[in-house]
Unconditional design. Structure first.
Length: 280
C-alpha cells in the first residue's frame, strides 16, 4: 500500500491491499445468494483511520461482476480503463468491471455498493450485463429512481440492505426463475472453480452435456466475454491472491500455469505492471 508523502494521495490496490477494511459488509439472503456477492457501505471511522483528511484512491482489477455505486457522500473521480469520469454527489452509477477500475475519493467518501455475480443482474432484473462493457452507466437506467432516493434517505446500512433485498426479491419472483442459459453459465463457473484451473471448454461442455459452441455462445450472451477470457481472469485473480498471501507456498502449477515465467506474464496482462512493481 502506498503511503502519503507531504499530503499526497493514499493509494490502495485490490488483492495487494485489504481494501475491504474500509467498508462494512452484508451478505444477501439465501434466495439471492447465487446472484449477489455482497452489499457494502463505506465506514466513516475506518476511512478516516486510513486516509485522515487526505484524498485516496482504490484500484480494482477485472472481475466481470456488475457493480452499483450509490453515492451517499461527496463527488469522486472514476477511471475505467483509460477513460476518466467525474461522478457528482447526486450521481449513482453501474459498471461491469471488465477492465481495470480506479476510484479517486475525497476523505468524505461514502459509497453504498451492490456487487452482482456474473449473470446476476439478468437473473434478478432481466438486464443483460454484456451491453455495459467499458461504460459507466447511470444507475437510474437500471434501478428505479424512486428506490435510489429512498435508499439515500434511510438512516443506516442495515435498513438500506433490507430495502434492496425486498426490491430484488420482488423482481426475482416476477421472473419466476433465471433463464436456462444463465443457469448453464453459473454451473460452468462452479465446475471450473471446483476443479483444476486448466479445465478446458471441451471438458466443461462434456460435464454439462452440451457443446463448445453452446458454452461459447452462452458466455458471450450472459457475461459479455468468451469462456477463455473469463476463466483467464478468474485464474489470474486466484493465483495472484495466493501469491500475495504466501509466496513461499505458492506454486504456479496449482493454477494451470506452465511455470513462474508464465505466471509473471499473466500478472502483467492482468494488472498492467510487473509483479515486483505491483508488490513493491
Amino acid at each position: 500500500m502506498e503511503k502519503p508523502v507531504n499530503g499526497c494521495q493514499h493509494r490502495m490496490t485490490e488483492i495487494f491491499d485489504n481494501i475491504r477494511k474500509l467498508y462494512q459488509f452484508a451478505t444477501p439472503c439465501p434466495e439471492l445468494a447465487e446472484y449477489i456477492e455482497f452489499f457494502s457501505e463505506s465506514s466513516a471511522e475506518e476511512t478516516y483511520q486510513y486516509a485522515g483528511d487526505n484524498r485516496f484512491a482504490i484500484k480494482m482489477f477485472p472481475s466481470w461482476t456488475p457493480t452499483c455505486y450509490i453515492n451517499l457522500g461527496q463527488p469522486y473521480q472514476l477511471s475505467v480503463g483509460t477513460t476518466q469520469y467525474q461522478i457528482q454527489q447526486s450521481t449513482d452509477v453501474l459498471i461491469l468491471r471488465n477492465n481495470i477500475v480506479e476510484r479517486h475519493n475525497l476523505p468524505t467518501d461514502h459509497i453504498l455498493t451492490i456487487k452482482f455475480f456474473p449473470g446476476g443482474l439478468e437473473a434478478i432484473l432481466g438486464i443483460n450485463q454484456a451491453q455495459f462493457s467499458d461504460q459507466v452507466v447511470k444507475l437510474e437506467n437500471v434501478l428505479p429512481a424512486t428506490l435510489i432516493q429512498r435508499l439515500k434517505h434511510l438512516p443506516d446500512f442495515g435498513e438500506r440492505v433490507e430495502l434492496l433485498q425486498n426490491f430484488f426479491l420482488s423482481q426475482y419472483k416476477k421472473k419466476n426463475a433465471s433463464a436456462y442459459y444463465i443457469d448453464v453459465v453459473q454451473k460452468a463457473i462452479g465446475i471450473y472453480s471446483a476443479n483444476n484451473p486448466d479445465f478446458t471448454s471441451s471438458q466443461l461442455a462434456n460435464e454439462l452435456y452440451t457443446t463448445n459452441k453452446t458454452i461459447y455462445r452462452y458466455f458471450t450472451r450472459v457475461i459479455g466475454t468468451t469462456p477463455k477470457q473469463y476463466f483467464s481472469t478468474v485464474r489470474a485473480r486466484a493465483a495472484l491472491s495466493a501469491y500475495v498471501t504466501n509466496k513461499k507456498l505458492f506454486s504456479p502449477y496449482d493454477y494451470g500455469y506452465y511455470d513462474m515465467s508464465h505466471f509473471y506474464k499473466d500478472v502483467i496482462r492482468f494488472t498492467g505492471k510487473k509483479l515486483i512493481e505491483s508488490v513493491g
